[in-house]
Design a protein around this ligand. Structure first.
Ligand SMILES: Cc1ncc(COP(=O)(O)O)c(C=O)c1O
Length: 411
């Protein structure tokens, strides 16, 4: 990770010794680097032309302070629920820079988005198109829409985060899209503005994007023949980060390549990156509670678990785990596990580490799909989140209290 380095055998994050940070903060906690987030955004935006809009995908990390920072750096937002839209607006986003994706928008959610005058709905089914039309008609408004196409492109990633294939629930099948555009054109309360795809997450090459653009372009030409003129194409998000030394796609190269591939069309281009904005900007700091060794297996039992970080049990995701104090002692092999009562509660398997109880461990690259996927399972408080901003440590979300966890229940 960019902002992590050892100095005199002590691990520093964004220039501050993690042991010093943890002196005053209860583990486990998330902490993010503002500078790293700004740098990632700059890498996307700085070489882009006027005709681009970068909409951060709120699901990756929806903390209000992060959203406010991201909006201040010139990004719009991609949301998938009323809750995410509410957060984006609360963080000061301009609704005209918000796109709304997701396969199951309810009437209530559609009405909320219409009231807030968002940039457009990314429509994911024919029924949803009709639902948006009815709601807009009831409200005497016109809904700006874009149709999400499923380009049936195979992406080399985990099957749970591939979204652009025929068997995935997302988007409208390529071969059906033309007919749906024709129907949309007939609807009084629909205004067609764009075309959209999102093919998956943690993608490590530009090729699948170019393949998708090539097929979507054919559809755009066909739409032109029936006088459907679009004003934008949305190429989704999905660029990956390096969790285990994978070779990265250069963000500005990616943006330039996409812009070039669309240079023959007079369209604005929307990007929806999530993971690649925040993923490598956050760590989870945890303390070793017990070292449990046996002839069969060694475990480090830490105070973070699947309740705080779901990605390893959910996708078998890999996160580097690094001690805050470098040791020259020979390593042993451990499974790093949490206290939750599930055998799937692991953070890392077969890691070479040298630790004793009380030591601090850093779980890397957890800025995206980390805290947002945390839960209160086993009645564990979701952890606090902090941000390092101008060398200052700011609390951006307190840990849950036990009373908060049970406050909506009755007995
Ligand atoms: C529609 C849509 N756009 C953007 C994203 C962001 O993807 P990523 O975090 O991989 O950039 C997602 C994530 O699944 C998505 O579903």
């Amino acid at each position: 990770m960019k902002s992590l380095e050892y100095k005199n055998d002590n691990l520093f994050f964004d220039g501050i010794a993690i042991e010093d940070i943890a002196k005053n903060i209860k583990t486990p906690f998330y902490i993010y680097s503002e500078d790293s987030i700004k740098k990632n955004i700059k890498d996307y935006i700085s070489d882009a032309s006027q005709k681009t809009l970068f909409c951060y995908s709120v699901k990756a990390n929806s903390n209000l302070s992060l959203l406010k920072l991201i909006a201040s750096q010139g990004m719009g937002f991609d949301v998938v629920s009323k809750g995410e839209l509410h957060r984006a607006i609360k963080a000061g986003a301009n609704p005209k820079r918000i796109v709304y994706s997701g396969v199951g928008k309810t009437k209530e959610e559609i009405a909320y988005a219409l009231n807030n005058k968002i940039l457009c709905f990314n429509v994911e089914s024919e029924e949803e198109l009709f639902a948006i039309n009815s709601q807009a008609s009831l409200m005497k408004l016109k809904a700006d829409i874009s149709i999400r196409i499923n380009p049936d492109v195979k992406v080399k990633t985990h099957p749970y985060i591939s979204t652009g294939m025929r068997e995935n629930k997302f988007g409208i099948a390529y071969e059906d899209a033309f007919e749906i555009y024709k129907k949309a054109k007939q609807l009084d309360s629909i205004n067609i503005v764009g075309i959209d795809f999102h093919i998956g997450s943690q993608i490590m090459s530009i090729e699948p994007y170019l393949d998708s653009i090539a097929s979507v372009k054919k559809l755009i030409q066909k739409l032109d023949t029936i006088d459907i003129k679009l004003s934008h194409i949305d190429v989704g998000g999905g660029l990956g980060i390096s969790y285990k030394g994978e070779k990265l796609v250069d963000k500005s190269e990616y943006v330039k390549t996409i812009i070039n591939s669309l240079s023959d069309l007079d369209l604005n281009i929307i990007f929806e990156p999530g993971r690649s904005i925040v993923g490598d900007c956050g760590i989870l700091v945890s303390q070793v509670q017990y070292v449990k060794e046996s002839s069969a297996k060694n475990f480090l039992i830490i105070d973070a678990s699947m309740s705080e970080l779901m990605r390893p049990p959910l996708y078998g995701a890999y996160h580097e785990i690094t001690p805050t104090r470098k040791s020259e002692m020979p390593n042993k092999v451990y499974d790093v596990v949490g206290p939750v009562c599930e055998s799937s509660d692991f953070i890392g398997k077969e890691r070479k580490l040298n630790c004793k109880s009380g030591d601090l461990l850093v779980i890397q690259d957890v800025g995206a799909y980390g805290s947002v996927l945390s839960s209160n399972y086993n009645t564990r408080p979701r952890p606090a989140e902090y941000m390092i901003s101008n060398s200052e440590i700011k609390l951006i979300r307190s840990a849950d209290t036990l009373d908060q966890i049970i406050e909506n229940e009755s007995c």
